[in-house]
Design a protein around this ligand. Structure first.
Ligand code: 5GP
Length: 207
């Protein structure tokens, strides 16, 4: 019987907004057992279809600062003029219990998490199939006004320039294919030797 105990991993997924990241993350959570999505805190306004506590914890700047002062964040950054942060409680205790966690964050947050828990993270960057497609997707987002759209396109280009800091790069030509590629990465990473905590004991029993 294989009763290996595994340490969970943190699957960091970054991309420019509009590359399909949110949809991809949701599909992975739906399809795979033992993986959860980390819910971030943000000070940006809630979009029409978003739910507080599910998509984000929507908080004021003062509430965000208070969490920061209390050292509740594993990482936090300013993205598009708003504060975003990953709570330690959404990640650390889960990976200790062997549950994998997806964090959908930008390159700044990725660098911070890399510093704190380098052995626990797997970094995936998702690219849109073309800049035209990215424009279409961002332009179609009803809640974005024109000024915001231009700002997001410029931020998207900046985010893309950081792809070299990631372990894996996936081009999202087709959502199902991108999901399947990320699943392959996840299943392989779950088998890394250093994540299998009682291998020594298991090997002893094989002798
Ligand atoms: P949106 O506001 O469109 O949901 O997200 C904007 C950007 O903020 C995305 O690139 C997303 O990955 C990033 N983001 C979301 N949550 C966090 C977080 O907790 N930390 C960091 N550093 N970035 C985040």
């Amino acid at each position: 019987m294989n009763n290996n105990i595994r340490r969970g991993l943190v699957l960091v997924i970054s991309s420019p907004s509009g590359a399909g990241k949110t949809t991809i993350c949701k599909k992975i959570i739906e399809d795979i057992n033992n993986i959860e999505l980390s819910v971030s805190v943000t000070t940006r306004k809630k979009r029409k279809d978003e739910i507080d506590g599910k998509d984000y914890f929507f908080r004021t700047e003062a509430e965000f600062s208070s969490l920061e002062n209390k050292k509740k964040f594993l990482e936090n950054a300013n993205v598009f003029g708003y504060s975003y942060g990953t709570l330690k409680r959404e990640v650390i205790s889960k990976i200790q219990k062997g549950i994998d966690v997806i964090v959908d964050i930008d390159w700044q947050g990725t660098r911070q998490i890399q510093k704190h828990i380098p052995n626990d993270i797997v970094k995936v960057f998702i690219l849109p199939p073309s800049i035209k497609e990215l424009e279409n997707r961002l332009g179609n987002r009803a809640s974005e006004d024109k000024k915001n759209f231009i700002k997001r396109m410029s931020e998207a280009r900046k985010e893309i320039s950081h792809y070299t800091e990631y372990d894996f790069v996936i081009i999202n030509h087709q959502i199902e294919k991108a999901v399947s590629q990320i699943k392959t990465i996840l299943f392989s990473e779950r088998n890394r030797r250093h994540r299998q905590l009682n291998l020594n004991k298991f090997i002893d029993n094989l002798k």
